[in-house]
Write a protein that binds this ligand. Structure first.
Ligand SMILES: [Zn+2]
Length: 311
């Protein structure tokens, strides 16, 4: 098989000090994939441009991220602002574009950074500065490489930033299957207490507290096919979060590494069978033992090889 193209660069990482978000996981995932000798290539993307970001984000927000002022806006994603952070998010978003383009060409590709699904047009939120999922799709649409896209968001948290950006983008869709409702930087919100309503193109599937793998995968099987049929996407963007994992401090779900690997296999298989290109990103993961976060993300790469490596 042709090696799957992945994207990563040391510049993805900024010094954010001691933080609940283990930003070093990007390089740890790369190292683990390389050590295993999976049939992939790992290349650096190009840095995202102002033009790319301005299709999605406001000029005032770009200025705040570049200069650090006003500080509240520059830190709206809840990272300490630094020039290094402003640079790192340019590279991680560039990786989303590169992976989307590679997926459109090859059928499968991945970015070894997050999709940043909590970022809104005028501000960041929840460790997400710029929304790479929407930035990448708008770049590809501007170049005529795609028209319709579906984000399959399997992070623990609801993809609220993406949903807000999709409100005036009727050809872009999202299926978010989540066990924790996230809003205004409140990480702990019981989905039983509040479920985000569906919109025309952003579908919301809450997973109840205590759900196990069978329950979670059952919801995925129930909703993935109809979401693909309704959206008729040219490409799927898979937000493969590690935070649904049972030991994650934010997760009320009982999901093992095997459950999450099966989730990844199901998503990839659904796309392959329909001939729809799919790209994946890593997304959240906060388990204190970072090796358990890395294991979820490496399993996503293994699942991609398993599905797309088959003749
Ligand atoms: Zn999350």
């Amino acid at each position: 098989m042709t090696p799957i193209r992945l994207f990563h660069d040391p510049r993805y990482e900024a010094d954010i000090g001691e933080h609940v978000m283990p930003i070093r996981k990007f390089r740890l995932v790369r190292a683990a994939i390389e050590a295993e000798g999976l049939p992939v290539t790992i290349a650096s993307p190009e840095r995202v441009t102002d033009e790319d970001l301005l299709r999605v984000h406001t000029q005032a927000y770009l200025d705040a991220i570049r200069t650090g002022e006003p500080l509240a806006l520059a830190q709206s994603q809840k990272f300490p602002w630094s020039a290094g952070l402003a640079e790192a998010v340019r590279w991680t978003n560039g990786g989303c574009i590169a992976a989307l383009f590679a997926a459109l060409e090859d059928g499968i590709a991945g970015n070894l950074a997050s999709g940043f699904h909590h970022a809104h047009g005028p501000n960041g939120e929840g460790y997400c500065t710029f929304n790479g999922l929407v930035v990448a799709q708008e770049r590809a649409r501007a170049e005529g490489r795609m028209r319709r896209g579906l984000v399959v968001d399997m992070d623990l948290h609801y993809g609220n930033g993406t949903a807000s950006l999709l409100a005036d983008r009727p050809e872009l869709f999202q299926l978010s299957i989540y066990g924790n409702w996230y809003d205004k930087n409140q990480a702990y919100r019981d989905v039983a207490a509040r479920r985000t309503p569906d919109t025309e193109n952003a579908w919301s599937v809450p997973v109840p507290n205590g759900a196990d793998g069978a329950h979670y995968l059952g919801l995925l099987h129930e909703h993935l096919g109809p979401a693909i049929e309704r959206s008729r996407p040219d490409v799927v963007l898979f937000q493969a979060g590690a935070d649904p994992y049972m030991e994650d401090p934010y997760s009320p779900l009982l999901l093992t590494h095997a459950d999450l690997r099966e989730r990844d296999r199901v998503v990839f298989d659904a796309c392959k069978r329909r001939g729809i290109p799919v790209m994946w990103v890593l997304a959240g993961g906060y388990t204190k033992d970072v090796s358990k976060v890395v294991e979820v993300h490496v399993n996503t790469a293994r699942a991609a090889v398993e599905v797309f490596g088959a003749p």
